[in-house]
Design a protein around this ligand. Structure first.
Ligand SMILES: [Zn+2]
Length: 465
């Protein structure tokens, strides 16, 4: 069986894709005005309204959106070399604008390269490479993406003494990357496929992409009887949402964009790329049963991408809203908010984003990581500012709260909408109000129980803590 032709497969899925249609119309009629939002229906998720996000005056005046950037190009890493895994020929070019998009994502590729090649950033990858597959004997159920559920303990990777030998590990990593660089394909995917909207996805091969687009269950070869070769072969595909494509090359969006906003797009894309690469890397190492294990025993779920983000940044990175224009603030959340809705997050200061593109940061990255010099933001304890999904006035709203003394007020202030009091950590307050809000939303018929996936999301919903 020959590998399906992806360009034919996803041509139909692009036919009604809002970001791509908008992009095409802009490219044909460059004079058109920027629309207020890219996809007004958002991710078809339950949030129906964003209150003064992402561009509230509060975020603007507090450095979450704009800051001074280095003027000398040499101070930035954006023109540094790109790892072969991100080489141009690894990007599917069926779309006529794909080459233009590749050129526009150069800063993201340079940053992603730093994140997978800098000695001090390699610990996670080395642990995956050498970690010993064990089972924690936990009595709770274990399940993973699409591959069915199992019981009888959680597979995890125990530390291995080999991990401390950096020079050998680097050689072994290089060989692994060489192999991956020759088979990995990045492709642009429609922003929504069969009602599901995510910014990026990873597949083991083109057949899995095909199954996803056609809505047919994909059965991994390791657990299917008599699986053939060909399309089943490990030939990983990373799909990137066309919303990124829009942000990268829309003449309308780019013309109105500040350098800081551009940097946020690039940072979010870089982290997304490496997050997906983490999944591919784990699969390339191969673990019994084809399941993705818990990378560390302390991980909350077997989600290699989140595991890598937590290892590297201490938080999971997100954005206020991928489909808004302008592209707003980046945000961070904790493991237990991984897939949760409603969720609690903190907007990231622009200086934090800038630092990752500064040569100086990478020049002393060991110290930066060891001493926690790049603390992103926090959505636990008593943060200076946080964002909470709240239900009121018959809809879900993403509300920004800021500290005023030790009392939080919502921005914009809504009568009676106070955040946690001075003695209450925000996560404790949130766990209570989120429950009340969810109940109210269900009573009003705005949301259903299915809309509240909790930390494990719908993919990992069979997991228990
Ligand atoms: Zn992931």
């Amino acid at each position: 069986m020959s590998s399906p032709n992806l360009s034919q497969i996803y041509e139909s899925s692009f036919a009604t894709d809002p970001p791509l249609q908008l992009l095409q119309s802009e490219l044909q009629h460059p004079q058109s005005q920027p629309p207020p939002t890219l996809t007004p229906s958002r991710f078809q998720g339950p949030v129906t309204r964003f209150t003064h996000l992402p561009h509230s005056s509060f975020l603007s005046s507090n450095g979450h959106l704009e800051t001074a950037l280095p003027s000398a190009p040499a101070d930035s890493i954006t023109h540094d070399p790109i790892h072969p895994v991100f080489r141009p020929q690894n990007f599917d070019s069926s779309l006529s604008i794909a080459d233009q998009a590749y050129a526009a994502m150069r800063p993201a590729l340079a940053l992603a390269t730093k994140l997978i090649t800098t000695d001090e950033a390699l610990g996670w990858w080395i642990h995956v490479l050498y970690g010993e597959a064990r089972n924690d004997g936990h009595s709770h159920a274990y399940a993973n993406t699409g591959a069915g559920a199992g019981t009888g303990g959680r597979p995890y990777l125990a530390p291995n003494a080999l991990e401390s030998n950096l020079s050998q590990a680097k050689a072994d990593l290089a060989a692994r990357w060489d192999a991956l660089s020759s088979i990995l394909v990045f492709y642009w995917r429609a922003s929504t496929v069969r009602g599901r909207s995510v910014c990026a996805t990873t597949a083991s091969n083109a057949l899995q992409v095909l199954c996803e687009l056609r809505g047919v269950p994909y059965t991994p070869p390791s657990i299917s009887a008599g699986a053939g070769v060909g399309a089943h072969t490990f030939s990983p595909r990373i799909g990137l949402s066309s919303i990124f494509l829009y942000h990268l090359i829309s003449p309308v969006a780019r013309q109105a964009r500040t350098a800081c906003e551009e940097m946020r797009v690039q940072m979010y894309l870089a982290v997304t790329l490496v997050h997906e690469l983490a999944h591919v890397f784990v699969e390339s190492v191969g673990f019994a049963g084809g399941y993705e294990p818990y990378i560390y025993r302390t991980d909350l779920m077997p989600e290699a991408g989140f595991s890598w983000e937590i290892w590297t940044f201490g938080v999971i990175l997100g954005c206020a809203e991928l489909s808004t224009l302008p592209f707003g603030t980046l945000s961070v959340r904790t493991w237990d908010m991984g897939f949760a809705f409603p969720s609690l997050k903190a907007p990231v200061h622009m200086d934090w984003v800038k630092a990752w593109f500064c040569r100086e940061t990478w020049g002393r990255i060991g110290e930066v990581l060891r001493l926690d010099l790049l603390v992103p933001a926090s959505a636990v304890g008593r943060p200076e500012v946080f964002i909470a999904d709240r239900y009121f006035d018959g809809s879900w709203n993403s509300v920004l709260y800021r500290a005023r003394g030790q009392i939080y007020e919502a921005v914009p202030f809504r009568d009676g909408d106070f955040g946690p009091g001075p003695d209450c950590p925000v996560e404790v307050w949130f766990s209570e109000v989120a429950l009340q809000d969810a109940r109210m939303a269900i009573e009003n018929g705005v949301s259903s129980v299915e809309d509240f996936p909790g930390p494990f999301g719908n993919v990992y919903k069979h997991l228990q803590t």
